[in-house]
Design a protein around this ligand. Structure first.
Ligand SMILES: [Zn+2]
Ligand SMILES: [Zn+2]
Length: 272
């Protein structure tokens, strides 16, 4: 989860996400619209008996914020909570993916995040394996790991049975910021970029003053970073109809959509 504004847990219920799933929370910065959902979420998770460890990453201040809440609003924290205050760079490494962060340019320190899936092994051709007489089991695993094997005195190379490895997908979340090189680098060739677009182009001055981005600025960044799809988020609540931002962004970057609550997008890497 990237950021946790007020109302997040309600939407988690609506999306039937479940509260005892393996999960990490990445916080961009210490503004209320990005962190005020955390206290309620932790308490509800405890009440409903979460047992899985929860890791929270964020800039300096996140630890004090959560610890103060846990001390002043007593409840029984039912699971292990680990809070890490981080800088830019590699944030966490899992078997299937890594998460990186980069500082943006906002009124207070603010991190953007990239979730990068590791390449997946190529498709295993079961029919071919059987035709070549390779029995199911450890030999299949060896081939999948890229090792050659010998069957009845004949060598079988993995190339004959396992397809080329498939690249993983990259999803980037750009939180409150002016457009800047560090977040642009982070967003490079993302399959999906979810990025803040607080104002429309007529409020360019306001965007500069409050260190946010306009729709066109975000679209230009998406184009420069060569992302595949852009989803605009963090539109100012002053817009009753945020489609004006979509129109402005689309003029510069066609494959743009407006993100909205409970939207589901399937992210697929390019097949090479
Ligand atoms: Zn902010
Ligand atoms: Zn914000």
């Amino acid at each position: 989860m990237f950021d946790c504004g007020e109302g997040t847990q309600r939407q988690m219920f609506a999306a039937r996400l479940g509260l005892n799933k393996k999960m990490k929370l990445f916080v961009s910065h210490m503004h209320g619209d990005h962190v005020l959902g955390i206290p309620g979420l932790l308490q509800t998770m405890s009440l409903l008996g979460r047992t899985e460890r929860l890791q929270i990453f964020g800039p300096k201040g996140i630890k004090k914020f959560i610890e103060l809440f846990n001390r002043t609003v007593p409840y029984n924290l039912a699971f292990k909570l680990q809070i890490d205050e981080i800088e830019d760079g590699l944030v966490t490494k899992e078997q299937e993916y890594e998460v990186f962060s980069a500082w943006g340019k906002h009124v207070i320190p603010c991190l953007s995040y990239a979730m990068v899936e590791k390449p997946r092994p190529g498709r295993f051709n079961v029919r071919m394996a059987k035709r070549l007489g390779v029995p199911e089991g450890p030999l299949w695993k060896k081939l999948q790991m890229g090792e050659s094997i010998t069957i009845k005195g004949r060598a079988v190379t993995p190339k004959r049975i396992v397809g080329p490895s498939r690249s993983g997908s990259k999803v980037v979340y750009i939180a409150d910021t002016r457009p800047c090189p560090s977040v642009e680098r982070l967003a490079r060739r993302a399959d999906l970029l979810v990025a803040e677009s607080t104002f429309d182009d007529s409020k360019k001055d306001k965007a500069s003053e409050y260190l946010h981005s306009t729709a066109s600025e975000t679209a230009k960044l998406a184009r420069r970073a060569k992302v595949r799809k852009l989803a605009l988020t963090h539109m100012s609540a002053a817009y009753k109809d945020p489609r004006i931002l979509l129109r402005q962004a689309k003029r510069i970057f066609r494959n743009t959509i407006l993100a909205c609550d409970l939207l589901r997008l399937e992210v697929k890497p390019l097949e090479k």
